[in-house]
Design a protein around this ligand. Structure first.
Ligand SMILES: [Zn+2]
Ligand SMILES: [Zn+2]
Length: 688
């Protein structure tokens, strides 16, 4: 009998020791007793000396032999993620596996011991009607690359072993062609490629381009898609294809970063600046950052692509950690769109739209070109308001306005975008009885209505989280735009990512100012990236495009840089500001967010935590190495009746911060039952 150490998906530090009677390898999956439950775990160490009295050590019940042991590189990747982001290793490792492989119930019941989910999966595939030959793909020859694109491809494919590149190119400069040409070369040599894209809605479009362009070097069934909207069976099938090495290309959103693949040669992270690479719950990891770690570990090449790189990535490129590859020109003959600011201060707006913008929309429509109006605020209006007494629609559970949504005709509902609570809009003011309640401001629904009134002949399509709730509806709406069956497209951020609208002549941007003066120091960086991305939708395929941005602050440097398509100048001035303020990327941060029913308890708890961290730092001679800010309530302090506050920790050197987290953090208890408090920690937080 020997002892092994096992990672389990439980919110305790772990790993846990078990006795075992048969030979085991690292990465084997085992069924073990845990408390009164049985759980599937992953073996992290074998032949260990148990850390508890031998009589307390329980035995492994079953070793699951249906899958080859998880590879050591994968174990190392998940262990690193757990350590870096301060989570128990099992909470990282197990959720990264398909659900059938980590749920004991898959191996229980009348067929227990006879067959597991993999045997069922395989037998289902073999009996079933023979799989139709994979749909043949019409190969699309490579577009001729311009000199810069070719140079970029040459650099990427010449790299031997680990190397990181930043492919910096304006929207429309043909970054995708560079990814595909590099992937083509890698696949032709027998290698494997992992593609990460920021947005689920882009995967079908990208998968098609990939299959067409790479048809000479991979079969369609050698491309595996992995993202969060797959059904469990589909995910298992795709994951196995990658795991067992049949897939040569894996394409997916951030969670695909954890897909085990033998011999990975190239990782592409498209739109590397996109916030969706950061998971916002559970393991709060950055798939972009882990991609760098994974590439180094695999001896692979990693290409980060963006028109507006994150300042973290830009700094690495400036220092030469990543090699900078520039694409300055738009591919094909397309020219950069003209960006105009509309100063709204002295203007009479017509239903939120400036007269110049209305005129430009009319002109574009007269030329049979499509128009995109970008408003990053869904619903009908941000708030319902009573003129007589000043009442405004507030969520009962949150310190936030309830947003007006139009259901049909004039029927209104109030939705809270924070907790999801919904109710009928009152017919009269609840405070003074005035029946004349007014929606204030504009959301995409109201904008759609106004545009329909102004341009009666135009077909208008709205794309936001509400209009695309049903499965497949986003694709149908995008298809309608691509096929030319839409004249005006109204959309939130969903429309700005990656979609190519070939006939788009005009982009109008409303309400950009709302992000200009945010307290979050990353807001200008995000706003610039968003606007650059949405502006880049205009004027492709050789036709010029016009972008009009309505603003009350057109002289702001951010807008001026945008007008000049000057990311580099903008990045330089932001970098300067961050350096002076000691903010990332010139420092490293961790953020503790605590929540509970009473704000004063939450703040008091964070004060205690802060004092404890402070004394740990002093005792370890690190008092000046890590700065601990005063705990502050979140901007929306109460959500679903729970109050939230944050404690920010910051250090000029990453090592000091991580020493604090590794050595001191475990002393902070996880649950505070008396006051009903809980907390999470986020390393490298994106939103503060
Ligand atoms: Zn009133
Ligand atoms: Zn709410």
């Amino acid at each position: 009998m020997t002892y092994c150490r096992v990672a389990l998906d439980v919110p305790l530090a772990g790993p846990f020791d078990y006795a075992v009677h048969e030979p085991l390898a690292l990465g084997d999956r085992v069924i073990v007793p845990f408390g009164r439950r049985r759980l599937i775990g992953v073996v992290l160490q074998v032949d260990v000396v148990p850390q508890m009295p031998l009589e307390q050590v329980r035995a492994v019940e079953q070793v699951l032999r249906d899958l080859a042991s998880l590879p050591e590189k994968w174990l190392a990747l998940t262990e690193f993620a757990a350590k870096y982001y301060q989570r128990p290793v099992g909470e990282v490792m197990l959720p990264a596996l398909p659900v059938q492989l980590r749920r004991v119930s898959s191996y229980e019941g009348k067929r227990a011991g006879l067959e597991g989910p993999l045997a069922r999966h395989r037998s289902r595939q073999a009996k079933q009607v023979p799989k139709p030959a994979p749909q043949s793909v019409l190969p699309v020859p490579a577009l001729p690359l311009n000199a810069q694109q070719q140079a970029a491809v040459d650099q990427v494919t010449a790299a031997d072993g680990f190397k990181a590149f930043l492919l910096f190119g304006v929207t429309g400069s043909g970054k995708t062609q560079v990814y595909l040409a590099a992937a083509h070369a890698v696949l032709a040599r027998g290698g494997r490629v992992l593609f990460l894209v920021p947005e689920i809605n882009l995967t079908p479009q990208f998968a098609k381009a990939l299959a067409q362009r790479l048809a000479a070097v991979v079969q369609p069934d050698q491309v595996a898609l992995l993202h969060s909207r797959l059904a469990d069976g589909q995910r298992l099938a795709a994951w196995l294809e990658a795991y067992e090495g049949r897939a040569r290309v894996v394409l997916g959103t951030r969670s695909a970063l954890f897909t085990p693949m033998p011999d990975l040669d190239l990782i592409v992270v498209d739109e590397e600046h996109d916030p969706s690479y950061k998971q916002q719950e559970g393991l709060r990891y950055s798939a972009r950052d882990l991609a760098l770690w994974r590439a180094r570990q695999e001896g692979a090449v990693v290409v980060l692509g963006s028109a507006t790189p994150s300042l973290e990535t830009w700094r690495h490129a400036q220092r030469g950690d990543y090699q900078l590859l520039r694409l300055d020109q738009r591919a094909t003959e397309a020219v950069l769109p003209t960006i105009e600011m509309i100063d709204t201060r002295r203007l009479q707006l017509n239903k939120g739209l400036a007269p110049q913008l209305i005129e430009a929309i009319g002109q574009a429509l007269a030329q049979s070109r499509q128009v995109l109006i970008y408003l990053n605020r869904r619903g009908y209006a941000p708030v319902l308001h009573c003129d007589s007494c000043g009442w405004v629609s507030q969520c009962d559970h949150c310190t936030a306005y309830s947003v007006v949504h139009r259901v049909s005709g004039h029927y209104m509902r109030l939705h809270c975008h924070h907790c999801g609570a919904q109710r009928r809009a009152p017919e009269a003011c609840p405070d003074c009885g005035d029946p004349d309640l007014k929606p204030m401001g504009h959301g995409t629904q109201r904008l759609e209505q106004h545009l329909a009134e102004l341009f009666e002949q135009a077909t208008i399509v709205r794309i936001d989280a509400d209009s695309t709730r049903r499965k497949g509806s986003a694709q149908a709406l995008f298809d309608q735009v691509h096929d030319g069956r839409a004249d005006i497209l109204v959309g939130t951020q969903m429309v700005s990512k990656g979609h190519d609208f070939t006939n788009l002549g005009l982009v109008g941007v409303l309400n950009a100012d709302s992000m200009l003066f945010s307290q979050d120091f990353r807001a200008p960086e995000r706003l610039f990236a968003q606007l650059m991305q949405v502006a880049g939708r205009a004027g492709r395929d050789g036709q010029s495009g016009l972008v009009m941005i309505q603003s009350g602050y057109p002289e702001q440097p951010l807008y001026q840089a945008l007008k000049n398509h000057d990311y580099e100048g903008f990045a330089q001035s932001l970098m300067q500001e961050r350096a002076e303020a000691g903010l990332p990327p010139h420092s490293f941060q961790a953020l503790m967010t605590a929540q509970g029913p009473e704000l004063k308890d939450v703040l008091a708890f964070l004060q205690t935590v802060r004092a404890s961290a402070q004394s740990w730092l002093q005792a370890n001679g690190l008092a000046d190495a890590v700065m601990l800010y005063d705990p502050v309530p979140l901007r929306v302090v109460r959500v679903a009746k729970v109050c939230r506050a944050q404690l920010l920790m910051e250090a000029p050197v990453r090592a000091a911060l991580h020493r604090l987290l590794q050595l001191w953090l475990p002393s902070v208890g996880h649950r505070h039952a008396t006051r009903n408090l809980s907390w999470q920690l986020e390393v490298d937080p994106l939103e503060i």
